[in-house]
Design a protein around this ligand. Structure first.
Ligand SMILES: *Cc1c(COP(=O)(O)O)cnc(C)c1O
Length: 465
């Protein structure tokens, strides 16, 4: 025992160790470094008590260094999205165009004319930075914007139908990712939901019969993340718009993703454009900024001037507004749409969606040897054909031919593939694939930074045991 207490006494003190740790103090600050040294010392003490050798000062500092490095990793970190879902909600959806990143950086660094009319030298409107662009790109009469499309729907419902009814087809009562359920949003907006039709068929007469004294609006919802197929009937939006107009009730169309360009021009399935929805006669249309549009998170509300004015008068608008950083990025993103010829080259979302298959296949061939070396003895790696998804509730039933790598564990139980996935997530820059048929699949459609990926693998710690 005496010997143990002797050895414990011989451990260096926190202050001694701190003197050896100048570079750490420089990088992480005195407070955190001291804390890490204390933790490392505690561990050394416990190890001694358990009969281990006494670590020297250098190795205690090295342990503290490791703790500090881990602690310094930001929580919101870059990852490689090799899931095959281009607009992955959990991985941040759209990547921004360089022009948008630059604009956002300026807005962060400098004072900007956020609500200031520079020419007149007086107060301006925050929405004005994107209003004209939105009108030009959609053909709408007026426009405003809020935090996201969920907020847009909430604000529109509350502004136009608080204490009254909203008529929705039973085929369109959507749930999107967990907590966005149309009936719940309605209730929170103070709107009474009136369901019409059936899951698969809703007719003009169903809507017509439901319109009454207490009707605030008719809501059409894009069934973003599912399709009802088979014996179905849906009222065409233009017919619905005509009915709404005849009965003096506004028609609101929640487009969800809402694209500003015809995606079929890029070899993708046709999705109704925002301009088409405007032409069909909806009075108000809502759509997202960070889905197919390829910008930062935002919710656009476009449509009839009197209705947009009513929406802007709602005090809730202030609670849902967009900040200057995103506004700058949005303006820059929308501007890219004025030059359609170069859009696919400049907008990462469109670039990823329209990426030629041969390009992805060639990349898979190039990376196969490296990945195979990385997991040598643990898994085989094969170039495979796969199918990407747009994601975020856009084009739910159409997938895009892609290519990637399938990693199949050579031995072990059924959980070996999960362990492989975990090991790739534990890399300095985590690589996120998805597990399919007992293989870890990396769809390479979204792998833009190939060199970065190679570095991540090279720097990796492969704890595959
Ligand atoms: C995605 C989506 C929303 C929610 O939009 P966010 O921008 O994610 O808030 C609402 N309605 C529909 C139809 C959608 O597809």
């Amino acid at each position: 025992m005496a010997e143990l207490s002797e050895r414990l006494r011989h451990l260096p003190s926190v202050d001694q160790l701190l003197r050896d740790a100048d570079p750490l103090v420089e990088q992480h600050g005195r407070l955190r470094t001291k804390e890490a040294i204390r933790t490392a010392l505690d561990a050394a003490r416990t190890a001694l008590q358990n009969g281990s050798e006494a670590p020297d000062a250098a190795s205690i500092v090295a342990i503290a260094h490791g703790l500090l490095e881990r602690e310094a990793l930001p929580s919101l970190r870059p990852v490689f999205n090799l899931t095959g879902t281009v607009l992955h909600t959990n991985l941040g959806r759209a990547l921004l165009a360089e022009a948008a990143i630059e604009a956002a950086t300026v807005a962060m660094r400098q004072a900007v004319s956020l609500e200031f009319d520079v020419a007149a030298g007086q107060r301006g409107e925050r929405d004005d930075h994107v209003r004209e662009l939105l009108l030009e790109l959609t053909g709408a009469e007026d426009a405003t914007l809020v935090n996201n499309n969920a907020a847009a729907v909430l604000l529109v419902l509350n502004s136009l139908a608080d204490g009254r009814q909203a008529i929705v087809s039973r085929g369109e009562l959507i749930e999107i990712g967990g907590s966005f359920r149309m009936p719940d949003i309605m209730a929170r907006a103070g709107v009474e939901l009136v369901e019409v039709g059936t899951t698969n068929r809703t007719h003009a007469k169903d809507y017509a019969a439901a319109i009454g004294e207490r009707t605030g609006l008719i809501l059409k919802v894009h069934t973003s993340n599912y399709r009802i197929e088979g014996f179905t009937a849906e009222m065409p939006a233009s017919d619905l718009a005509r009915l709404a107009r005849e009965r003096g009730v506004p028609l609101v169309n929640d487009l969800g993703s809402g694209t500003l360009v015809d995606l079929s021009a890029y070899g993708l399935a046709k999705e109704p454009t925002v301009r088409e929805a405007v032409a069909e006669g909806a009075d108000v249309i809502t759509f997202s900024g960070d889905k197919l549009l390829g910008g930062p998170q935002a919710g656009f509300i476009i449509g009839r001037r009197d209705l947009i004015a009513a929406i802007n008068r709602n005090p809730m608008k202030r609670a849902l507004r967009v900040d200057k950083i995103r506004l700058a990025a949005l303006e820059a993103t929308l501007r890219l749409y004025r030059d359609p010829d170069r859009l696919a080259a400049r907008l990462p979302t469109l670039r990823a969606l329209a990426r030629p298959l041969a390009d992805i296949e060639a990349q898979a061939q190039r990376l196969q040897p490296l990945v195979a070396t990385t997991v040598a003895g643990i898994a085989t790696v094969e170039v495979v054909a796969c199918r990407s998804q747009v994601g975020s509730g856009a084009l739910p039933t159409s997938t895009i031919a892609s290519a990637g790598l399938a990693l199949r564990p050579t031995q072990g139980d059924g959980r070996a593939v999960e362990r492989l996935a975990t090991a790739f997530r534990a890399l300095k820059v985590p690589v996120i694939g998805h597990v399919e048929h007992n293989a870890l699949l990396f769809d390479l459609r979204c792998l833009d930074d190939e060199a970065g990926f190679q570095d991540a693998l090279a720097a990796g710690s492969y704890d595959l045991a």
